[in-house]
Design a protein around this ligand. Structure first.
Ligand code: CA
Length: 351
């Protein structure tokens, strides 16, 4: 099957904020339609100004440019339960042990490949179960202030997306999903895929990020111009199409919990990060090197005690309820167990 580009729809939120009921309905419909067909969608005019985005990427670069021993002063805590602070290359294993029913074999091969990236996780300062892990105050002055503000700015965008989705799936109350999302259970991640020998990637020695689905409500992704994000083709399982970076757009995707909430009406799609296009590669010492890539995902999750129950607007005789109600924190724990290897000893050096 030919895998055409432009498979991922674009939705313009420009008219949303001062929008008429008609505009909101239209945007809601467009967003929901994209989430049903593809599960991934570009959002333009989302409300985060380009200079703020530039600043966010600037902080990310400054953080990852720090010497390893400095970054290790804010280490990700051992174990799968708290997802905060700095993770060094090789620590996280994203390919899923527990994945949507029936997809296990597809993922099994990915588990052999070690991820090659470093990340820094930030939550809300209000979260008691997941306290933030910060660098000592004198390192990267201003980082904490900017990123905590950015966290809440992203949530403002998320609120509009959740409202549009509520309208789009046919709920009467546009704030329905917001009742489950105070914002304190979200997660902001700074991600850096360092430059490595292209040969290693193409030989599958390391993967940038193997195929996986996200498990929250929605994910919003800001990416640099490097490229590498690929999304499973909606009509060709196992084939992936490029989510080519669009300047200042964010890429939104549906997570497994929202898919479950909507009784599979909305689609949580497998995606991966792979070698960027060859034209972007550079050579060092005669070796083909990939370009390093920075991305900033923002994971939107319901509050911990939320009970996620299939929406009645998404069920009828033809579409009977597929899932039992689940409590967010139970679901998260179950998913986290398959995702994080125990933090052991020394970090794998970035070469
Ligand atoms: Ca993801």
């Amino acid at each position: 099957m030919a895998l055409e580009q432009g498979t991922i729809p674009v939705v313009d939120f420009g008219a949303w904020s001062k929008g008429s009921t008609e505009d909101k309905k239209r945007i809601g419909r467009e967003l929901t339609d994209a989430c049903r067909r593809v599960g991934f969608v570009y959002i333009v005019s989302h409300g985060v100004p380009s200079d703020i985005l530039e600043e966010a990427f600037g902080w990310s670069k400054k953080l990852f440019d720090l010497p390893q021993e400095k970054k290790m002063m804010a280490p990700h805590p051992p174990g799968p339960n708290v997802h905060r602070g700095y993770s060094w290359p090789g620590l996280e294993k994203v390919s899923q042990d527990i994945i949507k029913d029936g997809d296990e074999t597809k993922e099994a091969e990915n588990r052999k490949i070690s991820d090659f990236k470093e990340s820094y996780e930030i939550g809300s300062e209000e979260s008691k179960t997941q306290p933030n892990v910060w660098l000592p105050g004198d390192i990267l002055l201003g980082f904490r202030e900017f990123t905590t503000q950015f966290y809440w700015r992203c949530f403002e965008v998320a609120k509009d997306l959740l409202r549009a989705l509520a309208i789009g799936v046919g709920l009467e109350d546009e704030n329905f999903f917001l009742r489950f999302h105070s914002g304190i259970n979200n997660q902001l991640r700074l991600l850096h895929y360092p430059s490595i020998e292209a040969e290693k990637l193409s030989n599958d020695v390391v993967a940038r990020m193997p195929a996986h689905s996200d498990w929250g409500t929605i994910t919003m992704l800001f990416q640099d111009d490097c490229g590498g994000l690929q999304v499973e083709h909606p009509r060709a399982p196992g084939h992936f199409v490029d989510a080519t970076p669009m300047k200042n757009a964010l890429v939104m995707n549906v997570g497994d919990l929202l898919m479950r909430w909507s009784n599979d009406f909305l689609k949580s799609t497998l995606h991966r990060v792979t070698l960027p296009p060859v034209r972007d590669n550079t050579q060092i010492d005669g070796k083909l090197m990939t370009k390093s890539r920075y991305s900033i995902p923002y994971f939107v999750s319901p509050d911990e005690k939320s009970v996620i129950e299939c929406l009645s607007v998404c069920t009828d005789e033809e579409h009977p309820i597929k899932y039992e109600p689940v409590v967010q924190e139970d679901y998260r724990r179950m998913r986290a167990r398959g995702q994080y290897v125990e933090a052991v000893g020394t970090p794998v050096p970035v070469s």
